[in-house]
Design a protein around this ligand. Structure first.
Ligand SMILES: [Cu+2]
Length: 401
């Protein structure tokens, strides 16, 4: 390799390594914020140290040999065929190191797999390219009478041992919130479990870590930990009955526009149409018919979360977002529960999304791939809405708190 190239490469590597030291790293695997992440942390430190010592010894020996025995035009040294004592020693030492590393590793794996004292169960489903969370009716999670469905942000009570049951509707994805636990693949037709527990209220960022197609990089997730009392408020809000917008408002026009353009894919619980004779018919989404994976995000309480489309874009303006993210733990819950207020709405990204979602988050790599999908979409399609229809829809969605 030319010398210039090697120097550039070395400098780039050093820069990359330094970049890893950035302090504001929401996905820092070295900053555990819950029980299981702490267990992993307790294991990775000593192993990192042992591996580091081995690296130093091996590197030192290599450097010594390279310098000491370099070619100075000396004659060929005497050829030997092995040294049994040294070879046995060099087999036994690594074997002992591996046993030393193996014992705590295996016992940590068993500890991480423990789920018998679970206090709360949440189903997690991955699909291209967002996560759906559904909370089945249960005694756990402080009691859930009616199932709750949401997406993007996984809301959980602080300090509770929360069991995730993970699966996928299409390809293999992988669920990872580095500060709360390790990774777990989500595989179609299988249910894997992963236990999370968060020590303090706040938002914990993560991302899909199994390459899952074109928009894999736009498939993030966030765990939102709320104090027990705030979690109760959140649950009650998620099952609050639907309220139609006031007649004559922009939002009321938005309800009709939404019903016509969006509700065949997106469910809004409680949305209904009334015929001239007064007959009320619930509007039910049928994503099976239109979307490859057969499901799309439930928008009943869209504005109670503060990100959208695989937690890739914020529903909050930067200023409001920072206020929530940087709130001290005792103030975080109240701020999060405010949801998206009209002043805090990040209208720019939401508007772009409604104008042309595939331009923001690509769904087909090629026309051939599109042809294979049998006319179904993979993400949110382009809907050719007018700007005034978008105005109405945004007004309507702002009331979906
Ligand atoms: Cu994925």
């Amino acid at each position: 390799m030319p010398r210039r190239t090697s120097i550039t490469l070395a400098a780039a590597t050093a820069l990359l390594a330094l970049a890893g030291c950035a302090t504001d790293a929401p996905q820092d695997t070295w900053a555990p914020a819950g029980e299981n992440a702490q267990r992993i942390h307790n294991l990775q430190w000593p192993i990192f140290a042992i591996a580091g010592v081995v690296l130093l010894i091996v590197s030192a020996v290599v450097v010594f040999c390279v310098i000491r025995f370099r070619d100075k035009g000396q004659p060929m040294p005497e050829q030997t065929h092995g040294k049994p004592a040294l070879e046995i020693l060099l087999t036994i030492i690594p074997a002992l190191i591996l046993v030393g590393v193996g014992i705590p590793t295996v016992s940590t794996i068993f500890e991480l797999a423990k789920t018998d004292d679970t206090e709360c169960v949440i189903n997690v489903t991955g699909q291209q390219w967002w996560w759906e969370y559904d909370y089945p009716a249960q005694q756990g999670c402080g009691g859930i009478a009616e199932p709750i469905v949401t997406s993007g942000q996984l809301v959980l009570p602080v300090d509770a041992k929360v069991l995730l049951r993970l699966t996928s509707r299409d390809v293999i994805h992988s669920f990872w919130i580095p500060k709360l636990n390790g990774k777990r693949d989500t595989v179609p037709g299988r249910v894997h479990t992963l236990r999370l527990q968060a020590d303090e209220p706040g938002i914990y960022a993560g991302q899909c870590t199994e390459f899952c197609g074109l928009s894999h990089a736009n498939m993030k997730m966030e765990a939102v930990a709320l104090s027990k009392a705030d979690f109760e408020t959140w649950k009650a809000n998620q099952i609050a009955p639907y309220a139609s917008p006031e007649a004559g408002t922009l939002a009321a026009a938005g309800e009709a526009t939404f019903t016509a353009n969006c509700s065949y894919c997106h469910q809004v619980n409680g949305l209904a149409t009334t015929s001239p004779s007064g007959e009320v018919t619930p509007v039910l989404a049928n994503p099976d018919e239109f979307v490859v994976s057969g499901a799309v995000p439930n928008l009943t309480h869209l504005m109670s979360r503060n990100t959208f489309a695989g937690a890739t874009w914020d529903l909050l303006t930067e200023e409001c977002r920072d206020r929530v993210w940087n709130a001290p733990p005792d103030q975080f819950g109240a701020l999060y529960l405010q949801g998206v207020t009209p002043e805090c709405l990040n209208e720019v990204d939401l508007r772009e999304w409604l104008r042309n979602a595939p331009a923001k988050k690509p769904m087909f790599a090629s026309d051939a791939q599109k042809a294979e999908s049998g006319g179904k979409v993979r993400g949110m399609p382009y809907l050719a809405l007018s700007e005034s229809q978008i105005d109405e829809i945004i007004a309507y969605l702002l009331e979906r708190k």
